[in-house]
Design a protein around this ligand. Sequence first.
Ligand code: TMP
Length: 205
Amino acid sequence: MFISFEGTEGVGKSTLIATLHQILSQRYAVVLTREPGGTPLAEKIREILLQPNQEKMSDSTELLLIYAARAQHVEQVILPALQQNKIVLCDRFVDASIAYQYGGRGMDREKIDILTQNFVKQLPEITFWLDAPVALGMQRAQKRGELDRFEQEKLEFFNGVRVAYQELAEQEPDRIVRIDATQRPEEIAAQALELIEQRLKHKNS
Ligand code: TMP
């Protein structure tokens, strides 16, 4: 089962993923991975994408680097793990490109969809979208220390990202599950776990 996690900065994605990984690993084979990244080559591309002090990166370059990393990650990590019947927990996936590059940067959504159609062979079965007011998440992200190239963006950018996640959740209600990220971490984890168990049961019956 392929599960991805989405949301704007500071909504508690990492905490949720770590908790689910710990619990699910007791009973299943689980692969924990992330985007951009997940293989040594894709992690190098991640560094380029997140590094703030460089020449201004064009939106097209950003999008293509993200998909270069994704192609490597899908082929090297995600597909092999799914073929071995493992649970894949992926911190961000294609929805992040629609949210950030379309919703945030204002790129043409069709350009992104074409890349997905051509280079992504598998979409997640469940996508948890952790949703909280953008300002709240930005405060949390700022407390973590130095801001990366995306975290340095303004409130307006992240509002665009959030609106795009909302749009996606409305378009794909069976796959994308909104979780109120202002709840306590234990409540968030319990909701996610319940749905995963339900889907696993359904899949195996
Ligand atoms: P994070 O994993 O620490 O959230 O950092 C990854 C950053 O990369 C995050 O700010 C969102 C951004 N990103 C995109 O803009 N598009 C994408 O498709 C992905 C996967 C991430």
